[in-house]
Design a protein around this ligand. Structure first.
Ligand SMILES: Cc1cc2nc3c(=O)[nH]c(=O)nc-3n(C[C@H](O)[C@H](O)[C@H](O)COP(=O)(O)OP(=O)(O)OC[C@H]3O[C@@H](n4cnc5c(N)ncnc54)[C@H](O)[C@@H]3O)c2cc1C
Length: 507
């Protein structure tokens, strides 16, 4: 029996498998597709934007360079380059000017080897994660479609054909049409679609009839990407298109002509898929021994390029908590903080995509909203606000502290000897940073040594802190002032890492 069975070897399932493998759990991943390669995962259809927060997750596990290499990125900014971002994204197709991001208003944005997002594709992301999973001893079994689940107080069993796979925990990372979600009895609530979206790789007889970039028209939106023949469309048909069938060339051409107001001709369609803006989540991400992560836990339109980033955030948040539960040292309720922390972030992404769909509608109301948004992103404050959202830097969990860093993704704090927080996080343990002159946290921090690393010394930039406790997912769990209080540190360590292994008095 495995500690954890993960259903789905997409990017989220694989990232989670790596987190659990790193923490010493035995993990089996069951994947329906026999072959990891697919034209839907390679450029241009598989192109995905990873936010800075996601890139940082790869960096913290020592996978930044493999990711950049697999993604063909050779001009990524260096670790000490100061901060104006190179790209800032868009809202509903309205592009942000990166020069308008007010970096001074982002005090926690310290220089880091992973300060920028990366344009990659699913094939590259999955290849990097599969290789890491393999080195961590994770088994990925392909050609296995899970079709039934049974659980009791002790175990959960997934069935695929004649085969049964037992584990102590099961995580459904099986995508937007998740079988696990239905089989384990999760609800799924939200809003019905207003539009059908299409992605098309085609030979276009007269491409000059289409303008490059995002085009909001009186009848919808089309996007002509720089990749030859690759276009996207939004048709506000109330989600009427029957998505059980592949869209035909005739249908796609009719939609494109309608939206673009041209007589453009698609002479051949090579690949095409459709999506909607249906936006849904279960009310909890856990039912007994079954959990959900990634698209299985939230569906929404791809507007705003958030789904993968959201799913990787789920995996990072869940991995160490589930591992602590498997190993038996998790404090009471730790696993339930997964839903508590991640569900509101999922709900926010659903709203972010709803807002963009609403602003792109071909009607006077949406056009009025577009005018307002254009005015707002014309200002530094407006651009900075949207940038913080799309880059992931606005995410903050409510951990019950008013200290502004607590609950946030930790900046890449650096000791005077050059050691970076990101480097300390490679082995998946939490990190206790102690900048106090008398190494005040030394004894207490050593009490949790197998779960938390202790690093002490003066900082290059301590952001006014004397100490910080960073969880394995990179979130600041506690922060001390220049004269850090050992007792409050110990309370926070116990809250997240359970009882200490060794009493502090032994040091
Ligand atoms: C056009 C488009 C552009 C996008 N752009 C971005 C972007 O720029 N940035 C971003 O962050 N997000 C983007 N997204 C969203 C992103 O692609 C998804 O959120 C992400 O791929 C979800 O990963 P996942 O691992 O949760 O699910 P998936 O990638 O769907 O993986 C699920 C896996 O589970 C397997 N599976 C399913 N059912 C079973 C079963 N019963 N048994 C066993 N295995 C099963 C599947 O074969 C699959 O391998 C985009 C989406 C689209 C459609």
């Amino acid at each position: 029996m495995h500690d954890v069975v993960i259903v789905g070897a997409g990017p989220v399932g694989l990232f989670l498998a790596c987190e659990l493998g790193l923490a010493g759990c035995s993990v089996l991943v069951l994947e329906r597709e026999p072959d990891p390669r697919s034209p839907w995962k390679a450029d241009p259809l598989g192109m995905r934007g990873l936010s800075a927060a996601s890139v940082e997750a790869f960096y913290r596990r020592g996978m930044l360079h493999p990711l950049l290499k697999a993604s063909g990125v050779d001009d990524y900014p260096g670790a000490d380059e100061p901060a104006p971002p190179r790209g800032a994204g868009h809202f509903a197709g309205m592009m942000l000017d990166p020069a308008k991001v007010d970096v001074a208003a982002l005090p926690f944005r310290l220089p880091s080897p992973a300060l920028e997002g990366v344009m990659t594709n699913l094939e590259a992301v999955e290849a990097v994660l599969s290789e890491r999973a393999f080195t961590l001893g994770v088994e990925v079994r392909r050609g296995v479609t899970v079709s039934a689940i049974a659980q009791d107080d002790e175990i959960v069993v997934a069935r695929a054909g004649e085969h049964e796979y037992a584990a102590r925990w099961l995580v459904g990372c099986d995508g937007g049409r998740s079988a696990v979600r239905g089989l384990a009895g999760f609800d799924f609530v939200g809003t019905e679609p207003q539009l059908t979206g299409y992605l098309v790789l085609a030979t276009i007889a007269d491409p000059e009839k289409l303008r490059p970039g995002f085009n909001l028209t009186p009848t919808g939106m089309y996007l002509r990407t720089p990749a030859e023949g690759y276009i996207g469309m939004l048709d506000f048909d109330g989600g009427a298109f029957d998505r059980s069938q592949r869209p035909t060339r005739e249908h796609l051409q009719a939609v494109l002509r309608h939206i673009s107001g041209t007589d453009v001709t698609l002479s051949d369609v090579h690949l095409a898929s459709s999506f909607t803006d249906r936006a849904m989540q279960p009310t909890t991400y856990r039912q007994g021994r079954v959990l959900l992560a990634g698209d299985a836990a939230h569906i929404h339109s791809p507007l705003g390029a958030q789904g993968l980033n959201l799913g990787l955030g789920d995996a990072m948040n869940l991995g160490w908590k589930l591992a602590a539960t498997v190993h038996g040292y998790a404090p009471d309720g730790l696993l339930d903080t997964y839903t508590r922390e991640r569900h509101p972030i999922g709900a926010w992404v659903l709203d972010w995509t709803r807002a963009q769909a609403a602003a792109m509608k071909p009607d006077p109301h949406a056009q009025a909203i577009q005018g307002v948004v254009r005015d707002l992103i014309g200002t530094r404050d407006g651009t900075t606000y949207v940038f913080e959202k799309v880059s992931g830097s606005s995410i903050r969990y409510d951990l019950g502290s008013e200290q502004p860093l607590v609950g946030r993704n930790a900046p890449d704090l650096r000791l005077a000897d050059g050691t970076r927080l990101g480097d300390l996080m490679r082995d998946g343990r939490g990190v206790a940073l102690d900048f106090s002159t008398d190494r005040r946290l030394h004894g207490p921090a050593m009490g949790w040594e197998s779960r938390m690393q202790y690093a002490a010394g003066p900082a290059r930039n301590d952001l006014g802190l004397g100490a910080a406790l960073v969880r394995p997912d990179g979130v600041v769990a506690w922060a001390g002032d220049r004269d850090p209080d050992r007792e409050s540190f110990e309370r926070a360590a116990g809250q997240w890492f359970g009882s200490p292994e060794i009493s502090a008095t032994e040091f």
